[in-house]
Design a protein around this ligand. Structure first.
Ligand code: CA
Length: 513
């Protein structure tokens, strides 16, 4: 999706005109910085348009934006108020129309930055000293975030969602089943096999049927590969980008996984399972073990306490010695500002607002008195709100803790985590099992020619990869017979060049090239 050159020139003209006239129909209170303690941006109330995902409840608008309006005099009205499932498609249509709202959310930063380089969105770093002083300050204190979001031309075009804390996922097991079976949480592949086999054959849910689904996850089995020192896909090790499926360790790993699948130890839908699989498998008292988010997974203990007496799903140390998932310093989504905005000053200041103390508290905790109270100088969620099973959903429907540009306060999460999740997190923090991750923003480091080639090769290789992997696991193709052909085919599809581009991006990411 490319903007026509003519449009780019037009946009550049608008920007210049805006800069010369001080921009916008209305006067910003201050031509430059947002002052601490006074978050008012505009003298008169003004309305800005925005393209973003929004609430699925009520009128479809995040109430948070109305609260931000009270605090800034800037009323941001999103034009997209449907589900986010078609976000990418709607995004492309919006760009193609040439009618770009003042503020635009993105889930694909490489695409967003490319469009920015063609003139659609402003380089935020041009406004660091004048409009985005709080964000600039944040970046100077967090150089790892800056490294993540800097585009191939050295500019910064979007403000990302910055997750709080490093840890996200861990291993969970039905401890009550282990107790019943007289087993301990597994610490290696062999013990894991023993545990899963016992769950399948010894009826721990006690209904007389072999209906247990011993292991399930939403990442197609990726978390199992390290049990044999292998990886399922692309990864980084000692500064080198590798592709798990062509490494020696892959063969024994997948052979075991296929065997486990055949023996019914893995979820029959392991290659297609989505997040709501957890609800079904745990809710039906058949799921035994998984690797998933600490907070939400630990919550099943409360949700299912009445329905399944004795239900005890708790975290255990990684049986493979490592944990693959880690939160990146900055995520691959956030928001930026249209270069054609008539309210460039206000739009930039509005984004900076979420890096002020007041704005950051609003987007992390919501509204004082409604969502939280100040206790010992700290925003503290109301106990009755946290106790509700849909607590998180209530927050996101309001617009708190959503996918736009701000720094997530880790305290937010700690406040609603139950003891099982907190114990799990503490164990993982202590264990130091999290390994280096591929940045979700690697492709930002490629220029437009490289990016086009990268995207095309990546799609070709991964489409074939996914297809063959599914066939092997599900038994539609024999692994031994088809693996040699697979190795040749990925090369034919441009695997070598893809790895070269990934390595190049990774080296640039680390400031090497
Ligand atoms: Ca059973």
């Amino acid at each position: 999706m490319k903007i026509k050159k003519v449009l780019s020139i037009f946009l550049a003209g608008c920007m210049l005109a805006a800069a010369l006239t001080g921009c916008g129909k209305n006067e910003t209170l201050s031509e430059s910085v947002l002052v601490d303690g006074n978050t008012m941006i505009s003298k008169e109330p003004i309305e800005l348009s925005a393209f973003m995902d929004s609430s699925k409840e009520g009128d479809g608008q995040w109430q948070l934006l109305k609260e931000a309006y009270k605090m800034t005099n800037v009323n941001v009205v999103p034009t997209l108020s449907k589900s986010n499932t078609e976000f990418n498609q709607t995004f492309s249509l919006m760009i193609a129309s040439g009618n770009i709202p003042d503020i635009v959310q993105t889930y694909k930063p490489s695409q967003f930055c490319e469009l920015a380089m063609e003139g659609a969105f402003v380089a935020l770093n041009d406004y660091f000293d004048t409009h985005l002083v709080h964000f600039k300050q944040f970046l100077s204190e967090n150089p790892d975030v800056k490294k993540e979001i800097t585009a191939s031309d050295g500019n910064i075009y979007y403000i990302p969602f910055i997750p709080g804390g490093d840890l996200s996922q861990g291993w969970f097991v039905r401890q009550d089943w282990l107790d019943k079976l007289g087993l301990k949480a597994p610490t290696n592949a062999e013990e894991m096999y023993t545990v899963l086999k016992a769950m399948k054959t010894q009826d721990p849910n006690g209904n007389g049927l072999a209906d247990e689904v011993p292991y399930f996850e939403t990442e197609k089995g990726a978390n199992l590969f390290p049990l044999w020192g292998a990886r399922q896909s692309f990864y980084v090790e000692n500064g080198e980008v590798k592709y798990g499926k062509l490494e020696d360790e892959f063969v024994p790993a997948i052979k075991n996984i296929i065997k486990w699948y055949e023996e019914g130890l893995l979820d029959p839908e392991i290659v297609t399972r989505s997040t709501n699989g957890r609800d079904t498998l745990l809710g039906n008292n058949i799921g035994g073990m998984t690797n998933d988010w600490f907070g939400s997974t630990a919550r099943y203990n409360e949700k299912l306490a009445e329905a399944i007496p004795g239900f005890n799903f708790c975290a255990f140390a990684p049986p493979c010695g490592i944990q693959l998932s880690k939160r990146p310093p900055a995520s691959g989504y956030g928001w930026g500002v249209s270069a054609s905005s008539e309210y460039l000053n206000e739009a930039l200041l509005f984004l900076d607002f979420f890096f002020t103390e007041e704005g950051n508290r609003l987007i992390n905790y919501g509204v004082e008195g409604l969502h939280y109270d100040m206790v010992d100088g700290k925003p503290t969620f109301k106990a009755e709100l946290v106790a509700q099973p849909n607590f998180q959903k209530q927050l996101t429907d309001f617009g708190v803790q959503v996918g736009v540009g701000y720094k997530q306060d880790y305290e937010y999460e700690k406040q609603w985590l139950n003891d099982i999740a907190l114990e799990g997190l503490a164990m993982y923090e202590e264990g130091d099992w999290v390994v280096e991750q591929m940045s979700p923003n690697l492709s930002l480091k490629l220029n437009s020619v490289e990016l086009e080639e990268y995207n095309s090769l990546y799609t070709q290789v991964t489409t074939y990869d996914t297809e063959m992997y599914q066939k092997w696991i599900l038994g539609a193709e024999d692994f031994d017979q088809t693996y040699p052909k697979f190795k040749k085919e990925v090369k034919k599809l441009g695997y070598d060049r893809l790895m070269e581009l990934m390595q190049l991006a990774y080296d640039r990411y680390n400031g090497k090239k």
